[in-house]
Design a protein around this ligand. Structure first.
Ligand SMILES: NC(=O)c1ccc[n+]([C@@H]2O[C@H](COP(=O)([O-])OP(=O)(O)OC[C@H]3O[C@@H](n4cnc5c(N)ncnc54)[C@H](OP(=O)(O)O)[C@@H]3O)[C@@H](O)[C@H]2O)c1
Length: 267
């Protein structure tokens, strides 16, 4: 079963490395092609996957096609290329490109899947949300879950939920990174080196999130376990409450949803 990647940059590389490492596919089952050819040649050399001479050649030989170029490149898919993907399963990681726009580029594909991955996918710790255009066969569902499994965990959602998913898990890594930066900067003012403060904050984040995942307790139950009445954590959280951080985050999520909605409108 041949799987072809159009686009061989960061995300395609992460998927291919994960698929080979987990033994989902052999390198002989995968081909790639890119714009200038630079990234596809490099990925082919690094992993042993095949290098197609053109997008058309790749589409002609693939039963599953992963679109991993920039969202605007979808508009460069020609009618001939679209028709060549007859009966292929099209999996797109292109931010903001709807199932309808994918279908319009690939009118005779057997199904199309829209995916929102996130950047921790680069180390196999990502989370992806996906939606199918049409109810998939069990083989296609398994195939999509195996391919996305190379990047971390994955969950099926409705297409109408993609904007909020984008805000939560697509943008989410930036929120956590920014959070660590703010904490480390504030700690600097109290005499701790930025790098040590960042390490403390990062390890605290990793440990706390793993505890939340493993304990099965709700976030608020875990908050209650750390807070003692009128203690230090209480003082910190009370200040955050007074500074309205809940409504700040709510408006930030609302802005992300609004921008995602705007970006997915047809031009
Ligand atoms: N990285 C993430 O975690 C993440 C998260 C969410 C969504 N996404 C989505 O994933 C997609 C890929 O992101 P990325 O980070 O992997 O980008 P990237 O590293 O910049 O790679 C882009 C790839 O597209 C190729 N390309 C350029 N023009 C092309 C064309 N006309 N036809 C075919 N391929 C072409 C490039 O090839 P050459 O450089 O060789 O010309 C390169 O292989 C984007 O659409 C993005 O929205 C990524």
């Amino acid at each position: 079963m041949n799987t072809g990647f159009i686009g061989a940059g960061n995300l395609a590389r992460a998927i291919v490395l994960g698929l080979l490492e987990k033994g989902v596919f052999a390198s002989s089952d995968i081909n790639c092609v890119s714009g200038s050819g630079t990234t596809a040649t490099a990925l082919s050399k690094e992993t042993g996957i095949g290098l197609a001479a053109s997008r058309l050649e790749l589409l002609a030989q693939s039963e599953t096609v992963v679109l991993a170029f920039k969202p605007q490149h979808l508009d460069t898919i020609t009618e001939e290329e679209g028709a060549t993907a007859k009966d292929a399963l099209i999996i797109s990681v292109l931010a903001g490109r709807t199932v309808a726009s994918l279908r319009s580029a690939f009118p005779s594909a057997r199904n199309v899947v829209r995916v929102m991955p996130n950047t921790p996918s680069r180390i196999g710790k990502g989370v992806s949300a996906y939606c199918f255009e049409n109810p998939p066969s069990s083989n296609d569902r398994q195939l999509v879950e195996s391919i996305l499994g190379a990047l971390g965990s994955n969950y099926e959602v409705k297409e109408s939920q993609m904007h909020i998913v984008t805000a939560v898990s697509g943008c989410g890594p930036a929120v956590f990174f920014q959070f660590i930066d703010f904490i480390a900067k504030a700690a600097q003012d109290h005499g701790l080196d930025y790098s040590l403060a960042a390490k403390l904050a990062i390890e605290t984040g990793i440990g706390s999130l793993e505890l939340m995942k493993q304990s099965g307790q709700t976030p608020s139950e875990l908050v209650d376990e750390v807070v003692s009445p009128n203690g230090v954590t209480y003082a910190l959280l009370e200040q955050l409450r007074q500074d309205k951080w809940e409504s700040t985050l709510e408006s930030a999520i609302n802005s992300a949803v609004a921008r995602s909605t705007e970006l997915s409108q047809p031009l």
